[in-house]
Design a protein around this ligand. Structure first.
Ligand code: HEC
Ligand code: HEC
Length: 293
């Protein structure tokens, strides 16, 4: 039978256990999960102003689109200028339904059509992580849109035409790795928001998933990343894709240019090697597509 500890021994044991616990437990694991998912969602890229020293998540980044300039809002927990007064449920509704706490529609410059497939658990974990950040007092800047779009009714009309939110449902005919890749590419990573071509009203042409976009964000051409041999990345191996998503190097030794560079820095380089591999598996399994002309 073990000898009972003396009171001093008990205190020492408790202290040692406490010290060990403090050293071994980095952050709260729930917050760590939210931080990881926010990285996989690339939230910081859009919600941080594009200048040296800008406060992460405090908004103000100008997003140039064919429809006008959108300024991302502050999503730090500041009560006055950020989302500090929001409940988790209101936050989930923004991502899943594209509407604000007053029930008004968001413009799809906020990629909620992709995030709508995120699980509610993942959305809540991101909420908990954002709420753990320091609040930043930075008022939102109004979007610069033509008058006929400068109303939430225009966003509502767009939703009515094109927005069909649906949760991600795993495809039972595929394995777990493909399904993880599908979840990351289509929903959290919103890769199609740049890599899938759009119609004249800005809705994704889902029949041409990842076939490239001749008029992507900031007026950039976005390449075809289907396994098409001529137009896509058919000659890239799984590890070529994994390496590209980790450090931005193409198989020919070049490095990713603007636009994708930030996705790599803020998002795919932060993922585990398993998640990058899952993305590569999903991309390689896409039907090859010619690039839209
Ligand atoms: C491609 C750029 C982009 C990305 C990536 C992005 N957002 Fe946004 N987000 C926006 C824009 C633009 C708006 C404003 C939309 C509007 O006014 O209709 C917005 C609005 C929001 C709002 C509403 C804030 C408010 O005050 O009403 C929340 C919450 C939000 N985003 C959270 C997120 C989270 C969480 C992620 C990552 C999972 C994310 N966003 C990724 C561009 C982006
Ligand atoms: C903000 C827009 C944007 C998003 C989001 C985005 N990409 Fe890209 N991507 C680009 C651009 C622009 C390029 C071309 C970069 C260049 O010219 O070097 C590119 C290049 C690539 C390439 C190299 C293709 C080639 O032939 O050179 C791959 C692979 C790729 N992206 C995968 C992804 C994946 C996977 C995701 C989602 C996790 C993603 N991208 C999300 C804009 C984006």
């Amino acid at each position: 039978m073990p000898r009972p500890l003396s009171p001093q021994g008990l205190i020492r044991a408790a202290l040692a256990a406490g010290l060990l616990w403090a050293a071994a437990a980095p952050a709260d694991p729930a917050l760590e999960r939210g931080r990881y998912l926010a990285a996989a969602g690339g939230c910081v890229s859009c919600h941080t102003e594009d200048r040296e020293g800008a406060a992460p998540y405090a908004g103000g980044r100008a997003l140039t689109t064919p429809f006008g300039i959108f300024y991302s809002p502050n999503i730090t927990p500041d009560r006055k200028t950020g989302i500090g007064g929001w409940t988790a449920q209101q936050f989930v509704a923004a991502l899943h339904e594209g509407r604000n706490p007053a029930g008004r529609a968001y413009f799809p410059a906020f990629p909620y059509p992709a995030y709508a497939g995120m699980t509610a658990g993942d959305a809540r974990a991101i909420y908990a992580y954002l709420m753990s950040l320091a609040p930043v007092d930075r008022p939102n800047r109004p979007h610069a849109l033509p008058w006929y779009l400068d109303t939430r009714l225009a966003a509502r009309g767009w939703q009515w035409l094109f927005f069909r939110p649906a949760p991600f449902t795993p495809d039972a005919s595929r394995d777990a790795v493909w399904n993880r890749g599908a979840y990351l590419v289509r929903h959290l990573g919103h890769c199609g928001e740049c890599h899938t071509p759009r119609n004249a009203l800005g809705a994704l042409r889902t029949g041409q998933e990842m076939a490239g976009n001749p008029a992507g964000p900031e007026d950039r051409k976005v390449p075809n990343i289907t396994p098409d041999e001529r137009d896509g990345i058919g000659d890239w191996s799984l590890s070529d894709i994994g390496m590209f998503l980790e450090i931005g190097m193409l198989p020919n030794g070049d490095f990713a240019g603007a636009g994708m560079g930030q996705v790599i820095d803020d998002n795919t380089s932060q993922l585990t090697a398993e998640d990058r591999h899952a993305i590569a598996v999903y991309l390689k399994a896409l039907p090859p597509q010619a690039k839209p002309r």
